[in-house]
Design a binder for this molecule. Structure first.
Ligand code: GLN
Length: 475
């Protein structure tokens, strides 16, 4: 594997074999070389990163152990609160906001010895699948800069794929970690809902949002989840149990595991080359000893419609706080109503406004039952169908994204076409269950393809074991 895995860096720094400063400079050099072209970051924290690395080196020299991520350069999606450091959500409305606190994941990474290299670009408020909805311009795919990196955590995926950071954090509400991971050829995990604290994650859709890692190896993803996972009293949705042990037993293989290819997520609307990779992934798992069959999750096909009611509904409520009064942008006016209206008109981009309108409509009197209420029923059906599938299978397999990375501008004219990117990733968000995208070869255009493994609630350990097999057998 690449010489820049987080595990390797941390081991070398902890043993004194490499200095954290040297490691971070190597990454910052790559940023200097390609960031102008790729735009992974809203903010590069070069001086802060070097200072943090110096501190790590001092501790090693003093005989201390800085932790399991000692000296590892990490990029943070710019919707994760960083104390005193701009946290913009790639929105004009928060362009100058400096949070007075750190997100729990940021604190945990820092305590594990990590070095933060920057805040990464995203679709505004994490709404999108290409980063083209960023108020600060799109990010570009390092494999072909005329193409999108996916989204909404596109900048984080680019940062890892281009070697700007050893790993990155993103957030995933409907696929925003897994889809860009697939399009950029890196590993991306959406953990079980409640496994990772969301304290300090700017909310998009609170019943769906989860934080997770982008890494170059499955083992690094396991390591990060061990560091950031586990109960946090500051997040009322946090599961009251310790972080899972994921590294131990990661190499146990898939002998005897029952893995189902989800029929409904593997036919219509999926490009043939992508479907072909999924079939090869299934064959690789079978060759490694898994029992592979066809699974059915009938309601999964309804996920997209349900999500695009539930997520905007929650977003319309969460985004009500950007009123020009409490924090962020303010455009003055004669009355409070004018301030709200002018601030929100100037501060939000077109997609965010579209979501707020969709969500407000879906929640309004007279339409609530027909739209929002119905979407919640579909969500229950999806949970039921997954539960039935997991009686027969330990894990489920599907594509991550229906296609390879597309050209910038290709899908911006038609929101529905953009939304279709999420068809395979949304079901596990609605179910609150874990899923991972693992790079598995390339498609017809020579660009990375990711395959998705899904597991039942808190099934991360088994899911990552199978992901490790796919990683080892990937073409
Ligand atoms: N692409 C999806 C959306 O636009 C998912 C975004 C996300 O997971 N944050 O809502």
């Amino acid at each position: 594997m690449s010489a820049t895995t987080a595990q390797e860096i941390a081991a070398a720094v902890r043993s004194g074999e490499r200095s954290a400063v040297e490691v971070v400079r190597e990454h910052l050099d790559r940023v200097s070389a390609r960031e102008g072209e790729l735009h992974a970051f809203n903010l590069v924290l070069a001086d802060e990163a070097v200072a943090a690395a110096e501190d790590v080196d001092r501790r090693v020299a003093a005989g201390e152990d800085p932790g399991p991520l000692a000296g590892v350069p990490i990029a943070l999606k710019d919707n994760l609160a960083t104390r005193g450091i701009p946290t913009t959500c790639s929105s004009k409305i928060l362009a100058d906001w400096r949070p007075p606190y750190d997100a729990t994941v940021v604190t945990r990474l820092r305590e594990a010895g990590a070095v933060f290299v920057g805040k990464t670009n995203l679709d505004e408020f994490a709404m999108g699948s290409s980063t083209e909805n960023s108020a600060f311009g799109p990010s570009r795919n390092p494999h072909d800069p005329s193409r999108v990196p996916g989204g909404s955590s596109g900048g984080s995926a680019v940062a890892v794929a281009a070697g700007f950071a050893s790993l990155a954090l993103g957030s995933d509400t409907g696929g925003s970690i897994r889809q860009p991971a697939a399009l950029c050829g890196v590993v991306g995990v959406k953990p079980t809902y409640g496994m990772v604290s969301r304290y300090g994650l700017v909310a998009f859709a609170s019943s769906l949002d989860q934080i997770g890692p982008f890494t170059t190896t499955v083992a690094d993803a396991a390591l990060v989840l061990e560091v950031i996972g586990g109960h946090d009293p500051m997040d009322s949705t946090s599961i009251p149990q310790a972080a899972p042990a994921l590294l131990d037993g990661l190499d146990r293989g898939v002998e005897g595991l029952r893995i189902g290819i989800v029929r409904e997520l593997n036919d219509e609307g999926i490009d043939a080359d992508v479907a072909g990779r999924v079939a090869e992934a299934a064959a690789a798992l079978e060759a490694a000893g898994a029992i592979v069959g066809e699974a059915s999750v009938p309601a999964a096909t309804l996920g997209l419609s349900a999500y695009y009611l539930i997520a905007p509904a929650e977003a319309s409520s969460n985004l009500a706080r950007y009123d020009g009064i409490r924090y962020g942008l303010r455009v003055d006016g004669p009355t409070a109503g004018d301030v709200f209206e002018r601030t929100r008109t100037a501060g939000f981009g077109a997609e965010v406004k579209r979501r707020i309108m969709l969500g407000t409509y879906a929640l309004s009197a007279g339409y609530y039952d027909a739209y929002y209420g119905k979407a919640l029923k579909v969500r229950t059906l999806i949970l039921r169908d997954f539960a039935a599938a997991y009686e027969q299978f330990d894990l489920l397999l599907s594509p991550t994204s229906p296609c390879e990375a597309f050209k910038l501008g290709d899908k911006t004219a038609d929101p529905l076409q953009m939304y279709m990117n999420d068809v395979c990733t949304i079901p596990s968000n609605l179910a609150g269950q874990p899923s991972v995208s693992v790079p598995f070869g390339t498609g017809d255009e020579g660009l990375p393809v990711g395959v998705q493994l899904m597991g039942p609630t808190l099934g991360e350990a088994t899911m990552l074991r199978a992901a490790a097999v796919l990683e080892a057998t990937a073409p």
